[in-house]
Write a protein that binds this ligand. Structure first.
Ligand code: DX5
Ligand code: ZN
Length: 219
């Protein structure tokens, strides 16, 4: 994946958390037209995090309007109950939280058995070493750089060091970062080894989404 001579590809995955849900089709198409690589879908259950968003039916609808890969971030307790349904709804990559279930390995194996890429995420307080026991079972690590639950929060600086640690421990997996990313914080996380940038407010709230995506990619 990584190339030491040319600059590596940075994927931009805009989060639709702050989209206008009454116009979700236009919102997703606008992100696709603006050069997004993936669409980041934040699924929250009001239990693992203190906010509620959407579930499988919305993923299914988004799947019909865009061709971009759907990057589904499950902030729900016991994701094992729903992984198959999210896969069937059209997710391409499914990320679960290490803190959300006692059967993390089984969840990651199930995601792959459904033919999807498996991601594992850790909250800001969770140490990187927790990931070691799941080595070989995931394609991507998602480092949360804010407390999961809400968009528009400030980037937690210690995430940069966590990204460096993940890059050292797992040289061959994708690293995604989520929370408080803008053109200033993007540079730090890219230098630390991130491959995929999630951004909500910095893209959805920008007057020109294409420009915002280009700026993040350039960092
Ligand atoms: C937070 C979500 C993020 C959020 C990012 O729990 O996982 O994807 O939408 O939003 P910004 O970029 O505004 O911090
Ligand atoms: Zn997210």
């Amino acid at each position: 994946m990584k190339d030491k001579v040319t600059k590596r590809k940075i994927f931009i995955s805009p989060s639709i958390l702050t989209a206008d849900f009454a116009r979700l089709e236009q919102e997703c198409k606008s992100l696709e037209k603006s050069g997004a690589d993936w669409i980041h879908c934040d699924v929250m259950d009001g239990n693992f995090v203190s906010n509620l968003t959407f579930g499988m039916p919305v993923i299914k609808s988004i799947r019909k309007c865009v061709v971009l890969p759907l990057d589904v971030h499950l902030m729900i307790n016991h994701p094992e109950k729903y992984i198959t349904q999210f896969a069937e709804a059209g997710a391409n990559l499914i990320t679960i939280h290490a803190e959300s279930t006692d059967v993390v390995s089984e969840c990651l194996q199930l995601i792959r058995a459904c033919g999807k890429k498996a991601g594992i995420s850790i909250k800001p307080e969770t140490p990187v070493k927790v990931l070691e026991q799941y080595r070989g079972l995931f394609d991507m690590v998602l480092i949360m750089s804010v407390e999961p639950g809400f968009g528009g929060q400030s980037f937690i600086e210690s995430s940069v060091d966590k990204i460096r640690q993940v890059r050292q421990l797992f040289p061959d997996v994708l690293i995604e970062v989520d929370g408080g990313i803008n053109s200033k914080t993007a540079k730090k996380v890219i230098d630390a080894g991130v491959d995929v940038i999630v951004a909500g407010s910095a893209i959805l709230g920008a007057p020109d989404r294409k420009h915002a995506i280009d700026e993040l990619r350039k960092c």
